[in-house]
Structure formats: structure tokens, C-alpha cells
Design a protein around this ligand. Structure first.
Ligand code: GLV
Ligand code: MG
Length: 332
């Protein structure tokens, strides 16, 4: 054992990537009952919705509910996000001013749906800054989560990710996305009928993931509307988790356990990753011979192995995994 693991994350990864977001619970801002129930659920993030889960006539009351419930507290163990309406709607300004002025101290992020350009993120950043200043809040603490829900958003991914240091996540919005590109399906989650080669969403998911990683952001998979079919949820979640996504939306308590499990590393992978970090640190030290590529059991490890292990170690630690066995240096 070589002591503390070097957890510096290197290339383009920062601390916000460690904030767990395995399960992201959508809760309509119009339902105080559902908001209250969310307090007791073991999700990493909740987002209180002002957009598509709330009818236009119910939005004014939903804003008031959200302010009151955020201020009432009880969500401090979760990332607290509010999804506002997009810039093509008449409501973005009023959403931001009312929610941030009313409950900014009890809010971690705003989620901006249907983002189409970096300029839309910059506009939200500027508005947020003004409202934070006017409300006497620290400037820049509230993050932005950007939903990618149409072809324009996909093309502008890199600009969206770079538009503001407030951006924490890029989120796939499959329902709006499929509608916007005229995909012929009504099922959100599974493959479109007639598509029998590979995964129809692979390009979109991979593009979001690459833009997120190139800019040190998290990549989040969106909803699965068949809320009773947890097996199907698991299958779809496992695909984006395998690519490297950090989490997925949950719409129903039955999906929560699946998300928390699927987006956490398995215990044995976590132990293995931490062993790689310890072994590599020791072998590359003067004491361990200053070597760059070494054998760990039957496996050759090098600097690239260290980077892969750091990702699994960081995700495991963020998910609360605890190591059971320590690696020991030869003759230690
Ligand atoms: C989520 O907002 C979606 O459109 O899938
Ligand atoms: Mg949507």
C-alpha cells in the first residue's frame, strides 16, 4: 500500500464530474404532493419541472410551489435543479427571475431545455448573473444543465458545452429529439420500429458524451416513458452506462434502484481500479523501480490504465463505495 491515491483527474475532468447524478428524478412543479414524496426518495438529483410536465395555465402556480418547497428544504442530500421553459417560449425570463429571486439560495442548477446554440446558454448565464446580483446571492454558484433535444442542439454541442463555466451537464432529451428529426416512433426508450441494425441512438449518445468529456461536463441520458417496464429501463440504461454516461432520468420510484445500480461501478471493478492506482503509483516511484509499464497479476498496466482506473475510482467514491481489500506492495 502506497498511501493516499492521487485523484488528480487530468485531461479535461474537473470536480463537478464527481457530483453523483446517477438517478435524476423528474417531478412536476404543479404537484406539491409529488414534490413532497420526492424528499424521501434515494435519488442523486431531483429536478422540479416548469416545462413540459406543467400545462401553460398551471405554470404560475407551479413557480410558487417550487419556490415554497425549495425553501421548505429537505432536499439537501440531492442536487436541486429546476427545469425552466426554453428561450422560444414566453416564460424563460419569468421562470428565472421568480425561481432564483425566490429560492436561489436553495437551488443548485437550472435546466434549460431545447438548447439550440451556445448563445442561448450565454443568455441564461447573463440573466442568472443579474438576478443573483439583485438578490444578493453569490454570482456563479447556480449551474446550468443543457438539454439536447433537436438537430440544431446536436450540431452545436461543443459551443453549448463551452458557452459558460456554469454548464455542468449535457442531457439527451429523446422524446423531443425524436419528434424534431421526424423519427417514426412513439416509444421513448426502445428502438424505433423497423430499425433492426444496431442502436438508432448511438450517434446522438456518443456525440453528447464526446462533447461532455471534451469540456469536462457530465453526460446524462433522458427519460424512459414505459415506467412499468423496469427490465426495458435496465436494458436501455445499461447501454448509455456502458458508453460512459453518468446517469439517467427516473420518472417513477421503480426506476430509481436500477439507475443507482447501473450507473455505479460494480464493487469488484471499483476494488480493481483502486488496486491499479496503488500498484501503478508504487511501481512508478523510485522505491518501486521507477517503471512505466508493469504487470499487475496477469494484466499489464501503464499510464492509460491509471486514467481509466481514475474514472471508475472517482465514480465509485462518489457513489459511496468503500474498498474492502488494500493492495500491498511486494515485500511490504
Ligand atoms: C425530455 O425532455 C425529452 O424530451 O425526452
Ligand atoms: Mg423534452
Amino acid at each position: 500500500m502506497t498511501g493516499a491515491i492521487d485523484t488528480s483527474l487530468g485531461d479535461n475532468m474537473n470536480e463537478s464530474i464527481l457530483r453523483p447524478r446517477r438517478s435524476n428524478l423528474a417531478v412536476p412543479g404543479s404537484s406539491v404532493k409529488m414534490i413532497d414524496k420526492a424528499r424521501g426518495l434515494s435519488v442523486d438529483q431531483i429536478f422540479l419541472d416548469l416545462e413540459d410536465a406543467v400545462a401553460p395555465i398551471a405554470k404560475p402556480e407551479a413557480r410558487k410551489n417550487i419556490v415554497a418547497e425549495l425553501n421548505r428544504g429537505g432536499f439537501e442530500d440531492k442536487v436541486r435543479t429546476v427545469r425552466i421553459n426554453d428561450w422560444t417560449s414566453p416564460w424563460t425570463y419569468i421562470d428565472v427571475t421568480e425561481i432564483v429571486a425566490g429560492a436561489g439560495a436553495n437551488l443548485d442548477c437550472l435546466m434549460l431545455p431545447k438548447v439550440q446554440s451556445g448563445a442561448q446558454v450565454e443568455a441564461l448565464d447573463m440573466l442568472l448573473t443579474q438576478v443573483e446580483q439583485a438578490a444578493g446571492l453569490p454570482v456563479g454558484r447556480i449551474g446550468i444543465e443543457a438539454q439536447i433535444e433537436n438537430a440544431a442542439g446536436l450540431i452545436a454541442l461543443d459551443a453549448i458545452a463551452k458557452a459558460s463555466p456554469r454548464v455542468e451537464t449535457l442531457i439527451f432529451g429523446p422524446a423531443d429529439f425524436m419528434a424534431s428529426i421526424n423519427m417514426k416512433t412513439l416509444a421513448v426508450g426502445e428502438q424505433p420500429p423497423g430499425y433492426d441494425v444496431g442502436d438508432a441512438y448511438h450517434h446522438i449518445l456518443m456525440s453528447i458524451l464526446i462533447a461532455a468529456r471534451a469540456n469536462g461536463k457530465q453526460a446524462i441520458d433522458g427519460p424512459h416513458l414505459g415506467i412499468k417496464d423496469v427490465d426495458s429501463y435496465r436494458k436501455v440504461a445499461a447501454r448509455s452506462a456502458a458508453l460512459g454516461f453518468d446517469g439517467k432520468w427516473v420518472l417513477h420510484p421503480a426506476q430509481i434502484e436500477a439507475a443507482n445500480e447501473i450507473y455505479s461501478p460494480r464493487q469488484d471493478d471499483f476494488e480493481h481500479a483502486e488496486n491499479i492506482l496503488d500498484a501503478y503509483a508504487w511501481y512508478t516511484s523510485a522505491e518501486g523501480g521507477g517503471r512505466g509499464a508493469v504487470m499487475l497479476g496477469d494484466e499489464m498496466i501503464d499510464e492509460a490504465s491509471r486514467k481509466m482506473a481514475l474514472v471508475i475510482s472517482a465514480k465509485g467514491r462518489a457513489a459511496g463505495l468503500v474498498r474492502e481489500n488494500l493492495w500491498r506492495a511486494p515485500n511490504a
